[in-house]
Design a protein around this ligand. Structure first.
Ligand code: COI
Length: 383
């Protein structure tokens, strides 16, 4: 299993099981990209126009699909016009939420190359999510090859950098038509793509968050640490209520004491108290964000003091009261690094009073993504 991103891969074919599609082979008399047979669309989709591409509104022309059957394992992937597959209503995915996904991004370099950010890290998390939900795992190399193939097919959808990217959404769902509650005998792996630019409209967007003390996102022993759809479905009511009360999103707290920060909406959360950056530890209820990990690596390489430890509302409020500078931000693939201006709860609030770290992290990551800065950790993988 690869642990390092590789940017020098040859056209070496894609396989999710034992059989490899021969590089350059042509199937059905159609094209093959990185060994994956492609049926090109006859009806291209509308492209984004206007100055802002709203997140998730546009999907590209093609989708990569591979099926897995418990009895025979993985079939070879193929790329077809988007919109062709349809979900089985009686499936575990629709009935019981048997579905996992990833979100990663591909960026255009100044010379026009398309490069994917840390696909190996996303592949490993995808495998961990699959294992938690009793789904078939996909090898890291196979996941990366599949993502490279579909991004190559729709590469011309990639917006110029400037915050723009192709958002890559690999999904694995239980697709067997069966209503019993047990691991599915049939699964479908798919990868769709969406051109995006900044997640929040306006680059200077600062979030106001409501610390949610009634609803919780995850409890120990649950599925909070994996990327499954139910974690997002169950967040909607609290987010709706926060928005009705004038906030942008919720700050999720621990399920036991409703006191310790866990996640900021769909993002991991960081705070700086004085000169120490703190982020909650990955204790089983928090998603191991790839952007979170990238920020930790950058901060440590800068010599910034970073603690992965629980941080409570009380600690934040007392630190603010004692005059310490506070800075808060969220991190995620979609939003990258998003400053939080205020965190409020039923009995208090804190405001960010400094901004020495989040903009620097944002600038560093944007610089690496776009190819403006060097890629010191070898995070980018060329398609
Ligand atoms: C991401 O940042 O990729 C996420 O998972 C958030 C997404 C659900 C919009």
């Amino acid at each position: 299993m690869d642990s390092q991103p590789r940017s020098d891969r040859a056209d070496d074919g894609v396989s999710l099981g034992d059989t490899l599609v021969a590089p350059g082979s042509r199937v059905h008399g159609k094209a093959s990209v990185l060994g994956v047979p492609v049926t090109y669309t006859a009806t291209p989709r509308p492209r984004p126009s206007g100055s802002h591409i709203p997140f998730g509104h546009y999907l590209t022309d093609h989708v990569l699909i591979a099926e897995h059957e418990a009895a025979s394992g993985w079939q070879l992937p193929h790329i077809v016009p988007a919109g062709t597959p349809h979900a089985e209503i009686a499936s575990g995915a629709i009935q019981y939420g048997l579905s996992i996904f990833e979100g990663l991004k591909a960026f255009k370099s100044p010379s026009g190359e398309i490069r994917i950010f840390r696909p190996d890290a996303h592949a490993r998390r995808f495998a961990a999510s699959a294992s938690r939900l009793c789904m078939p795992e996909i090898a890291v190399d196979s996941f990366m090859s599949a993502v490279r193939a579909i991004v190559r097919v729709d590469a011309d959808w990639c917006p110029p950098h400037n915050g723009g990217a192709i958002y890559v959404r690999p999904t694995l769902h239980g697709s067997e038509a069966f209503l019993g509650v047990r691991p599915a005998a049939k699964h479908t792996f798919s990868v769709i793509l969406s051109p995006v630019d900044s997640y929040f409209e306006g680059d200077d967007h600062k979030l106001r968050l409501w610390a949610e003390r009634e609803y919780t996102r995850a409890a120990l022993g649950g599925v909070g640490a994996v990327k499954t759809g139910g974690n997002y479905a169950c967040s909607l009511l609290a987010a709706k209520r926060a928005k009705e009360n004038g906030f942008d999103q919720v700050m999720w707290l621990d399920a036991h004491k409703h006191e310790y920060l866990e996640e900021a909406g769909t993002m991991n959360v960081f705070v700086r108290i004085g000169d120490t950056v703190i982020t909650p530890p990955l204790g089983g209820t928090i998603l191991a964000g790839v952007t979170r990990d990238s920020c930790l690596m950058l901060l440590r390489s800068w010599g910034t003091r970073v603690d992965e430890r629980p941080v409570s509302l009380t600690e934040l409020a007392e630190s603010a009261r004692s005059g310490k500078e506070i800075e808060m931000w969220g991190t995620g693939t979609a939003a990258v690094v998003s400053p939080i201006s205020e965190l409020a709860w039923d009995s208090g609030s804190v405001k960010s009073t400094g901004s020495s770290i989040a903009p620097r992290l944002r600038e560093a990551l944007d610089g690496i993504h776009s190819g403006r800065n060097e890629d010191p950790f070898g995070w980018l993988v060329t398609i």
